[in-house]
Design a protein around this ligand. Structure first.
Ligand code: PAF
Length: 282
């Protein structure tokens, strides 16, 4: 695997490969790689000649400094995993390389970055847009891969490309959520849970699966209440929000017939660790 730490070097290499007619798949990550990331890499390898992964813990997308500080970092283990997957190129810059000066750009995604995660994590999506727009310019890929666990992020990435990156031709590809055996959505943050919390966290997805079975029997309002009450009964868990929305627009719905594709999106605190998950109801 080729490893680059500077923008210039990786950009030169990608342009060289593109000149040779190669298609480029790009998987941006913050490291602490798990099966979820590896599934994105496998999708990229299936679709493209060359797969590029980036590892960069982006400070501008963390609204909570404690969350940034405790975010797991394990570059040597990550490199082993990437080599085992036969990834072609790793871009692993440091903060100075990505932000030689503070990034003051403000992105506007309409209401999409103001609701759900955007409402509860002020500035989060602006930070994601800052780093991903830089990464897309450095690695002008054919396709970029995002997991549906961060469903709102995936929709914002589609919007980012549409609104701000018309000079590039990058297709945003969503990939399914990968879950642990007990249903917990894979996330680097799961590593931070104590054994007790880890056990309790399984209730989040298990409740979402149950909710999917109950859609014919309950109104939207009743189902929302059922999910919140069931999860909050566990002393380790506290629901921050659970919303049922149109899966295309993320606008909340009040009746099942208001949208063709529906999705339930949740954020839950497990102790101090914030976990998100979602379930598509169709
Ligand atoms: O989903 C993530 O891991 C991050 O938000 C991303 C897309 C790598 C940007 O830092």
């Amino acid at each position: 695997m080729e490893i680059y730490k500077t923008k210039q070097e990786v950009n030169n290499r990608i342009n060289e490969l593109k000149k040779q007619g190669k298609t480029i798949g790009f998987v941006p990550t913050m490291g602490a790689l798990h099966e979820g990331h590896l599934s994105l890499i496998r999708c990229s390898k299936r679709d493209n000649d060359i797969t590029v992964v980036s590892i960069f813990v982006n400070p501008t997308q963390f609204n909570d400094p404690k969350d940034l500080e405790r975010y797991p970092r394990m570059i040597d283990k990550d490199i082993e995993k990437l080599e085992a997957e036969k990834v072609d190129i790793l871009f692993a810059p440091d903060e100075k390389e990505m932000y030689p000066e503070p990034d003051t750009r403000q992105f506007d995604f309409g209401y999409l970055d103001k609701i759900l995660e955007g409402k509860h994590r002020q500035g989060h999506f602006n930070g994601v847009a800052q780093v991903v727009s830089k990464l897309f310019d450095i690695i002008p890929a054919t396709r970029a891969y995002f997991g549906k666990k961060d469903y709102q992020q995936y929709l914002i990435m589609r919007e980012l490309v549409k609104r701000y990156m018309q000079h590039l031709d990058i297709e945003i590809i969503p990939c399914p959520i990968i879950r642990e055996k007990d249903g917990l959505a894979m996330s680097s943050r799961n590593l931070l849970l104590s054994p007790e919390q880890r056990k309790s966290a399984a209730l989040i997805s298990q409740t979402l699966f149950r909710a999917k079975e109950l859609t014919n029997m309950m109104s939207v309002g009743e189902l929302k209440q059922f999910v919140v009450d069931t999860i909050n009964q566990n002393p380790h868990l506290k629901v921050e929000y659970f919303e049922i929305a149109d899966a295309e627009t993320l606008l909340p719905i009040e009746n099942w017939d208001e949208a063709k594709e529906k999705i339930g999106l949740i954020a839950v605190y497990c102790g101090e660790i914030r976990l998100i998950d979602n379930i598509e109801f169709n």
